[in-house]
Design a protein around this ligand. Structure first.
Ligand SMILES: [Zn+2]
Length: 296
């Protein structure tokens, strides 16, 4: 095990060259602790060689200062800083620059692979475990994703996949767009839920990914959603007209007034929508929520 940086560990494949390299990151938000505990356990097993990885792995605990304080972030939401054109000062900005470089170094050593950025939601979800796949501007980028990924996620207990429609400065978008990785943001239960419930699907996903040469796949299916609208907060008085505290993925029929932003009322589009990550308490210019439509 190589210790590349505080909270950054690299383990070579048990037998070279091994399968596609894997980046596992957690703690981008310092209050999302269940996935952090899972990765700490797996790291311990990798260090003691009781778990022998079939592929090179880079294990990252991202926002260490926020994790110490069990806070979402100190000054800046780290998942809005990756690949951003303007660097921000302070710990989170500097940490993002360092983590991007570690990922570039890892990709240079082993080529493109897989990145799972592990999170937990602020509130409960109709799909407690779900994946977000970052937007890819390059149509060829679709080829990065092994078609067995959805079934691999489903067999572990993830029940939904959200395809994002626009670039974002998330860790998963960075590794996907700049390093050519097949990347997902994985939401593993909500932060108030029990850690063991949150951890079970994640363990079922990560152990075979680490120890097997290939993606397991399986017969299970996921519900697939597409983001149809990023609700970007334009005015300080942005507010939801539906229950902001409702569960993630709550559906609304076409024409439902969803939110009010300045003089504009945002309505559920034709075909209706499901609401994800509703949060009006973000700075102007940030995302206050996502409207989704069901694809399959
Ligand atoms: Zn998060």
């Amino acid at each position: 095990m190589e210790h590349w940086d505080e909270g950054v560990y690299m383990k070579r494949a048990n037998r070279a060259p091994g399968g596609p390299p894997l980046i596992l990151s957690c703690g981008v938000h310092g209050d999302e602790l269940a996935p952090v505990q899972v990765l700490q356990q797996l790291l311990t097993e990798l260090q003691s060689r009781s778990l022998l990885p079939a592929r090179p792995c880079l294990v990252i605990f991202a926002n260490l200062l926020a994790l110490e304080e069990k806070r979402r972030f100190l000054r800046h939401n780290m998942n809005r800083l990756f690949g951003a054109p303007h660097r921000v000062l302070g710990y989170e900005g500097e940490r993002v620059v360092a983590l991007e470089q570690h990922c570039r170094d890892f990709a240079e050593m082993y080529g493109p692979g897989w990145h799972l950025d592990l999170h937990a939601t602020i509130k409960p979800s109709r799909h407690p475990h779900f994946a977000l796949r970052p937007h890819c501007a390059d149509p060829q980028g679709a080829r990065q994703y092994d078609p067995r990924w959805p079934a691999t996620l489903a067999q572990a207990g993830f029940t939904a996949l959200v395809q994002q429609n626009a670039p974002a400065h998330t860790f998963a978008h960075f590794s996907s767009s700049q390093l050519g990785f097949a990347s997902f943001t994985l939401e593993c239960g909500d932060i108030a839920g029990s850690d063991s419930q949150a951890a079970a699907p994640l363990e079922r996903l990560l152990r075979p990914l680490l120890s097997a040469a290939d993606l397991p796949g399986g017969p299970e299916r996921l519900q697939v959603y597409q983001v149809t609208l990023d609700l970007i907060k334009q005015h300080p008085d942005f507010r939801f007209l539906v229950d902001e505290q409702g569960e993630n993925f709550t559906p609304f029929p076409a024409g439902t007034p969803i939110a009010r932003d300045g003089d504009t009322t945002i309505l559920a589009p034709d075909g209706g929508c499901a609401l994800l990550f509703a949060n009006s308490n973000v700075p102007v210019g940030d995302r206050a929520g996502l409207l989704l439509s069901v694809i399959s």
